[in-house]
Write a protein that binds this ligand. Structure first.
Ligand code: NFS
Length: 678
């Protein structure tokens, strides 16, 4: 071998392994951009996933690092455990205790993320109610009145024996106080628990899991999982359920409600999705993160004539906004701003070379964005006091509701000024798909309720008669350990093929949009005959996009409306419905999963769950938990089997509710019918 060849081999041996674009994602725009990044020598999450293996013990949930005697690692022996499980940490903690503690800490972190987002919204809401800011107003007074009622705030007042409407500002202020109080009130229980169906509320009472206030349940998890405190996985999970409920029926639900009041309740609208929404001749501003308080103002500022004029003065034809992650969903739902991509596409948006500014706030933001931005002209701007980046090229413009307009204007102008600094390396993939988004409890009522009834009558009727086999909430992240979007799309397609109406949020919503599943036309292509008929009759897509991950609370409330509209069901666990997160990765997903389960929903996760190393605990959450709440966890990485598990559960519920025969009748072919008539 020549010296030259040896040297080449040496370099090759040292070169880090790169992702195979086709194996990494089903999305062709993403494949192109992975190749582009590799050509430019920029590493992305896909390459890093190829280079680093996850720790097997952490994956099983049995590594305890809650004190400095550890980390104590308790891997499951090959071949499983026969007889007594003798594994224990230095303090004696069993695998069950360790896995339960870890699971709880994930719930605490996830609930904290959603609820702190909610708190921030509530604080801005308070400023708006106090008229301390011009940037935010009460936009949806109907929703304000509806939410006020739920919070026990009266919309009327008695004056001299006469009932009069109260002043809207006065109501808003009281709502703000009531809402903020939910995070730390000293006694009682969360007000929104009473929105749940009565049998579910009673289950929570019996199980002793009604959250007292939002913050307390998170703090108590941190206490109970400290060394030497709670050592019973069942008792630990009681607190896990309580904290997760404080998220779903507390922090998240309040976030959604207050956002709707301030920014408007979503109604269906048309938009687009995927990296192809970026435009070479426009100033491209990508907004990424979660809280809509900043992005709302950026949307408003970038539509102002003076700002557009400024953009044109720099040679741009306009301003193109695009969203990533749940910020994408927030501004999509209310303004039709297109989604640039999912969680795993965030680096790629910068690698197009056409991203003039990326503005980030909190959650799901890669630190590597700073390294990628360094290779381009992109201004990367952090905006939240609790989420900064250490890299020097990142700018921090702290956003404050009291000078929101000035902040947003400064950011948008900075992006415009940066337009002329673009390099020659622009490559925007062409792919983008049309989507209809903007669904919610209210718009489902409008589309699927009876015109005069104003309830979920039509939806219920079609579930009972079997055209709609059941409902599925398919939500959650992307995970670089699985092929991007593959499981999301396969699960959803299998469900709608089998007449299951899908409600989506989060990155699943973006994935479905990219695949064209959020259009009414997709019903004719992908749906079973029953669902197709319903979608075509009312003109809705078979996959309804309900928004961001905090908007999973909309799924809980939509299911509650199904109960209220009448039928054989009394509780959420009676409805033919199931939950799914095919490509989950975040702690928020675990909190969501647990509040779905504790609300009575059979919930299947893809990838894996960090509980498999503790079979007894795993068994508890995947089997026994159903006795407590009517819902339970399950894992299935194979997307078709995953969807089939959900469908089997839906069919089981149809049978229990005595509506299984109805479906058989509805799905008869014309020949079958004629045979009966003859
Ligand atoms: Ni949800 Fe939103 Fe996406 Fe997962 Fe992250 S964006 S809050 S956590 S990755 S769905």
């Amino acid at each position: 071998m020549t010296e030259e060849k040896k040297a080449k081999l040496k370099v090759a041996a040292k070169a880090p392994k790169l992702a195979d674009p086709i194996a990494a994602t089903i999305d062709t725009a993403t494949q192109q951009m992975i190749v582009r990044a590799q050509q430019l020598g920029i590493d992305t999450v896909f390459d890093r996933a190829a280079q680093m293996k996850p720790c097997n013990i952490g994956l099983q949930g049995t590594c305890c690092k809650n004190c400095a005697m550890g980390p104590c690692r308790l891997p499951l022996p090959k071949g499983g455990i026969e007889g007594e499980d003798k594994r224990k940490g230095l303090c004696g903690a069993t695998a069950n205790t360790i896995a339960a503690r870890n699971f709880l800490r994930m719930i605490a972190s996830g609930a904290a993320a959603h609820s702190d987002h909610g708190r921030c919204v509530a604080e801005v809401f308070m400023s708006a109610a106090r008229k301390e800011t011009d940037a935010y107003q009460i936009k949806d007074t109907n929703k304000l009145i509806a939410v006020a009622e739920k919070l026990g705030v009266s919309a009327t007042v008695e004056v001299d024996g006469e009932t009069k409407d109260r002043d809207i500002d006065e109501i808003a202020l009281e709502v703000a106080h009531k809402a903020l109080n939910e995070w730390g009130k000293p006694e009682g229980e969360l007000i929104y628990l009473s929105r749940a169906p009565q049998p579910l509320y009673e289950k929570w009472t019996k199980a002793g899991v009604k959250p007292r206030n939002i913050d307390r349940e998170i703090v108590e998890i941190m206490h109970r999982t400290h060394i030497g405190v709670d050592q019973d996985y069942k008792n630990l999970m009681k607190q896990g359920a309580r904290c997760a409920l404080a998220d779903g029926w507390g922090g998240s639900m309040l976030a959604t409600d207050l956002q709707d009041i301030m920014f408007g309740t979503p109604y269906p609208l048309q938009s687009e999705a995927n990296l192809g929404i970026m435009k070479e001749d426009h100033v491209n501003i990508i907004i990424h993160g979660h809280e809509p308080v900043l992005s709302e103002i950026i949307v408003a500022v970038s539509q102002r004539p003076d700002i557009l004029k400024y953009a044109k003065s720099k040679g741009a034809r306009g301003i193109q906004l695009g969203g990533i992650c749940c910020t994408a969903n927030e501004i999509l739902q209310r303004h039709g701003v297109p989604s640039a991509g999912t969680f795993l596409q965030q680096e790629l948006a910068i690698i197009t070379g056409a991203c003039d500014a990326m503005i980030v706030d909190i959650q799901c933001v890669f630190q590597n964005l700073a390294n990628v931005a360094k290779c381009f002209h992109t201004k990367l701007i952090t905006t939240h006091p609790i989420a900064k980046m250490e890299q020097e090229n990142v700018m921090h413009i702290e956003f404050d509701e009291h000078h929101a307009l000035e902040d947003a204007e400064r950011i948008v102008k900075m992006a415009i000024d940066n337009f002329t600094n673009r390099g020659s390396e622009v490559m925007i993939p062409r792919q983008k798909a049309t989507q209809i988004a903007g669904f919610g409890v209210e718009s489902i009522q409008y589309h699927l309720g009876g015109t005069f009834r104003g309830t979920y009558y039509t939806l219920n009727d079609n579930i009972i008669n079997g055209r709609i086999r059941g409902l599925a909430g398919v939500v959650g992240c992307n995970n670089a350990r699985t092929r991007h979007n593959e499981a999301h799309i396969a699960v959803v397609k299998e469900l709608i093929k089998n007449d299951v109406l899908v409600l989506t949020t989060g990155c699943n919503g973006i994935a479905c949009a990219m695949e064209g599943l959020l259009t009414p036309e997709s019903a004719g292509i992908y749906c079973g005959p029953g669902l197709k008929e319903v979608c075509e009759t009312v003109g809705i897509p078979p996959v309804l996009h309900l928004g961001s991950c905090v908007d999973n609370s909309r799924i809980l409330l939509a299911a509650t409306e199904v109960i209220k509209a009448g039928g054989p069901w009394k509780d959420l666990c009676d409805i033919p419905a199931a939950g799914s997160a095919p490509e989950w990765m975040s702690e928020k997903a675990i909190s969501i999963g647990q509040y779905f389960v504790s609300s009575g929903v059979y919930t299947v996760f893809g990838v894996t769950l960090p509980t498999t190393g503790a079979p007894v605990f795993h068994n508890f959450i995947t089997k026994d938990m159903e006795k407590l709440y009517g819902g339970k966890w399950d894992i299935e990485p194979d997307p078709i089997k995953h969807a089939q598990l959900m469908i089997a559960h839906i069919d089981k519920k149809r049978k229990e509710m005595g509506i299984d025969k109805a479906r058989e009748r509805v799905l008869m072919t014309m020949e079958d019918r004629q045979a009966i008539e003859r």
